[in-house]
Design a protein around this ligand. Structure first.
Ligand code: ATP
Length: 239
C-alpha cells in the first residue's frame, strides 16, 4: 500500500429529489487499500458508491480522483479515468456468452487497447470463466455470475473498483473464494472499496472501514481497531 491518496471525498450531500440520503460525507482512500463501507439497510452505502461513480451528482461537496475533481463528470468519463463500479444484483447479460459479457466491459476508451492484457488477468483470477467462456451467462451458478460481473468490471482496466454486496446469497465457500480474489486484485495494484452486509466479515477483510448510519459517517478507522470498538460490538455483533 502507498501513502498517496487515490480518492478524496469531501463533505458530500446527496439527494433523491427532496430526500437527503448523504449528509456531509467525507472519506479518503489510499492507493491499493481495501476499504469497507458498513451500515444497516438504507444507511446510504449504495448512494455513496453511485455518487463516486457519477450516477448521481451531489448537491454539495467534492470528489477528487488522483488529485483531479470528478464531481460533475458523467459515469462514462469516470470509467475512463479508472473507476469501475460493480453494482449489486449480478447484472449479467443472460443470453450472451461469458466471453461477450466480458467484452462488454472493455468498450471504454482506456480499456480497448489493453483488452488482451485484461482478459489474461480475468482468466488468471477466475479460471472458471475461461473454461466456460462459450457458455451463455445465464447457465452459470450464482457464484460464477458474481465472478463474471467482477471480471467485466476488471475488463474496464480500473485503478479503483467499487463493489456493492458481492457476497449476497452465496455459499460461504464461494464468498471465501471471492475475498481471496479481492486480495489478489489489490496485489495487482487495484484499489477496492466494498459494501458488505456482514459487518464482522467486512472488518476482517478490509484494511479500513467507514460506518454509515442514516446517511452520516459515524465511525471510521482501521478495521482491526473498529472490531474492538464497544459501539461496534454492541450495534453489530450483539455483544
Ligand atoms: P442497502 O443495504 O439496502 O442497499 P444502502 O445502505 O445501500 O442500503 P441506499 O440504497 O444508499 O442505502 O439508500 C439510502 C437512502 O436513500 C434510503 O433512505 C433509501 O430509501 C433512499 N434511496 C435510495 N435510492 C433511492 C431512489 N432511487 N429514490 C429515492 N430514494 C432512494
Amino acid at each position: 500500500m502507498h501513502e498517496e491518496t487515490l480518492l478524496n471525498v469531501s463533505n458530500l450531500d446527496t439527494f433523491y429529489g427532496g430526500i437527503q440520503a448523504l449528509w456531509n460525507v467525507s472519506l479518503e482512500v489510499k492507493h491499493e487499500e481495501i476499504v469497507a463501507l458498513v451500515g444497516a439497510n438504507g444507511s446510504g452505502k449504495s448512494t455513496l458508491l453511485d455518487t463516486i461513480s457519477g450516477l448521481i451528482h451531489p448537491a454539495k461537496g467534492g470528489i477528487e480522483f488522483e488529485g483531479k475533481s470528478i464531481t460533475n463528470l458523467d459515469p462514462f468519463q469516470i470509467v475512463d479515468l479508472g473507476i469501475s463500479q460493480v453494482p449489486e444484483g449480478r447484472r449479467i447479460f443472460p443470453d450472451l456468452s461469458v466471453l461477450d459479457n466480458l467484452i462488454l466491459g472493455s468498450y471504454n476508451r482506456k480499456a480497448r487497447s489493453k483488452k488482451e492484457q485484461n482478459f489474461k488477468m480475468v482468466y488468471e483470477l477466475f479460471p472458471i470463466l475461461k473454461e466456460r467462456k462459450n457458455q451463455l451467462a445465464k447457465t452459470l451458478s450464482g457464484g460464477e455470475q458474481q465472478m463474471l460481473v467482477l471480471g467485466r468490471g476488471l475488463m474496464s482496466d480500473p485503478k479503483l473498483m467499487l463493489l456493492d454486496e458481492m457476497s449476497l446469497g452465496l455459499a460461504p465457500i464461494v464468498i471465501d473464494e471471492l475475498y481471496m480474489v479481492l486480495r489478489e486484485i489489490r496485489s495487482r495494484g487495484i484499489t477496492v472499496i466494498f459494501v458488505e452486509q456482514n459487518v464482522r466479515r467486512s472488518l476482517e477483510e478490509a484494511d479500513r472501514a467507514y460506518i454509515l448510519e442514516a446517511g452520516h459517517i459515524v465511525l471510521s478507522g482501521n478495521a482491526a481497531d473498529l472490531r474492538e470498538e464497544e459501539k461496534v460490538k454492541k450495534a453489530y455483533f450483539g455483544i
